[in-house]
Write a protein of this length. Structure first.
Length: 166
């Protein structure tokens, strides 16, 4: 059963729903969690010419925000009695899916639990989908949780649901 669960968090209701589901699984299986936050500094990099010296200050604020998000998620897990640690990365070092893939390998995660908005059509096309990219590159099962709490089992390499929905 799952012993190392990787959980990307960003402080949103969607990510918090994913964290809540990961905590349920961790309590059932005795697993530990690794929380992952990727600071999204790319929009500021793209506009750096117009922002000048403020860019450095904004990076600091974004990192502080990421640290607060991780601290809150860690506190939630610890309050549930779940063993937890966390990692913070800048998006300059790679997309969320890149960091997830790296952590799966380095930390030897055996499950990824990820909140998703479940966007479809033009909304997904325009905004992209971190969850979809994680699923495409994942080498371990992925459990998707919609912001409303709906659990979606992502297919594994054989096209079968990786985790049955409760």
């Amino acid at each position: 059963m799952y012993q190392r669960i990787l959980v990307p968090v960003d402080g949103s209701a969607t990510a918090n729903a994913g964290l809540a589901e990961a905590l349920k699984l961790a309590r059932l299986t005795g697993a530990r969690l690794r929380l992952l936050h990727v600071v999204d500094d790319m929009p500021f990099i793209l506009g750096a010419d117009s922002m000048g010296t403020m860019t450095g200050e904004l990076f600091g604020l974004l990192r502080e925000g990421g640290e607060r998000i991780l601290a809150a998620a860690r506190a939630t897990a610890e309050a549930e009695g779940v063993e937890v640690d966390s990692q913070l990365f800048d998006s300059l070092d790679g997309r969320l899916s890149d960091r997830v893939a790296q952590q799966v390998t380095e930390w030897r995660a055996d499950l990824i639990v990820l909140g998703t908005h479940g966007r479809r059509g033009v909304g997904r096309m325009l905004l992209g989908s971190d969850a979809e990219q994680v699923i495409r590159t994942a080498t371990v099962p992925v459990l998707l949780v919609r912001s409303g709490g709906e659990v979606i089992a992502a297919p594994d390499a054989a096209g079968l649901p990786s985790v049955p929905a409760p």
